[in-house]
Ligand binder design. Structure first.
Ligand code: NAP
Length: 294
């Protein structure tokens, strides 16, 4: 990887965060801490971009001063046709969370998948290879998590979602990736299938937004302690609050818990490396992220 090359050393650079809304994001706090720590003259700026103005915002990313962007809800999927190229993983997942500006040409990447599994291994001490995994949810982050877990060699993958059709659609694309080697099953969110799947799972990954601060289901857990398997790992991708209602239930059930903050930082670190070519200062980013969570 080459290091950061500025065509004009007097020109400061920018990275944008495209989302709507973006005001609660903690990415600016830990990305800016990383740029500052490495003394790179780069500003990381949240851009509040309404869906109707996404094209215009993406055009601005082609400017000389722009290194690229992060992309968050609700633009991760709709941004794809506005870019010049996609890396194979982003194309397969169908979602982009990182854009790199190569002198006016924009490439799209997905670092959520890598961040999800790196955090699981390093912070959760869990190697998914050969394990039974269960996803709760079938939205954008569930897609990235599903691809990541298949890539990491899980033995089986179940998908439980409130809207069964969405779980089925995700299972179809994941089965293509699994190519018959790993069973991928969509399950209805009903008592019996839920209990059976949970009791068989070594790893449960919450990919729903239930429990997320500022969201409609703030303060709620998607599942109660009594259905969680003692000794399993409950990985909640919700990162705000750091200690989610589901993690409380996991502790009550005698399960291990891992929150979503490390994934957020690892996906951000991978994005940082794509923009700058520099090694991301992970401890600095992790500390700044923890500090930024209210
Ligand atoms: P999304 O595409 O909108 O998907 C939301 C999912 O949550 C869907 O499966 C939806 O089910 C389910 N859901 C919502 N409300 C529910 C409820 N009351 N009961 C049951 N299921 C419910 O969102 P996303 O982009 O995948 O993000 C999901 C969560 O992951 C967010 O909280 C986000 O902050 C977190 N996330 C974390 C990271 C990280 O780095 N840690 C990265 C990305 C996202 P239906 O299909 O039935 O609507």
């Amino acid at each position: 990887m080459g290091s950061l090359k500025l065509p004009d050393p007097t020109m400061s650079k920018q990275v944008a965060l495209l989302g709507y809304p973006v005001r609660h994001s903690i990415s600016p706090a830990f990305q800016q801490a990383a740029f500052d720590f490495l003394k790179l003259d780069v500003r990381y700026e949240p851009w509040e971009v309404e869906p109707a103005r996404l094209r215009e915002a993406v055009e601005r990313l082609r400017g000389l001063e722009m290194l690229g962007a992060n992309v968050t809800i609700p633009h991760k999927e709709t941004v794809l046709p506005l870019l010049d190229s996609l890396d194979p993983l982003a194309e397969r997942i169908g979602a982009v969370n990182t854009i790199v500006n190569h002198g006016g040409r924009l490439s799209g990447h997905n670092t959520d998948a890598e961040g999800m599994v790196t955090a699981l291994r390093r912070e959760g001490g869990f190697d998914p290879s050969g394990k039974a995994a269960l996803l709760l949810g079938a939205g954008g982050v569930a897609r990235a998590a599903g691809f990541a877990l298949l890539g990491a060699g899980v033995a089986s993958l179940g998908i439980l979602n409130r809207t069964l059709e969405r779980a089925e659609a995700l299972a179809v694309s994941l089965r293509e990736k699994a190519a018959g080697a790993i069973p991928v099953t969509a399950l209805p969110w009903q008592r019996d299938s839920l209990l059976q799947a949970l009791q068989a799972a070594d790893l449960l990954v919450n990919c729903t937004s239930v429990g997320m601060k500022h969201g409609p289901d703030q303060g709620r857990s998607p599942l109660p302690a009594r259905v969680l398997r003692p000794g399993s790992l409950v990985y909640d991708l919700v990162y705000n609050p750091a200690r989610t209602p589901l993690l409380e239930e996991a502790q009550r059930a005698g399960a291990r818990g891992l929150g979503g903050l490390p994934m957020l930082v690892y996906q951000g670190a991978a994005a940082f490396e794509l923009w700058t070519g520099e090694k991301a200062p992970l401890p600095v980013m992790m500390q700044a992220a923890r500090k930024a969570l209210p």
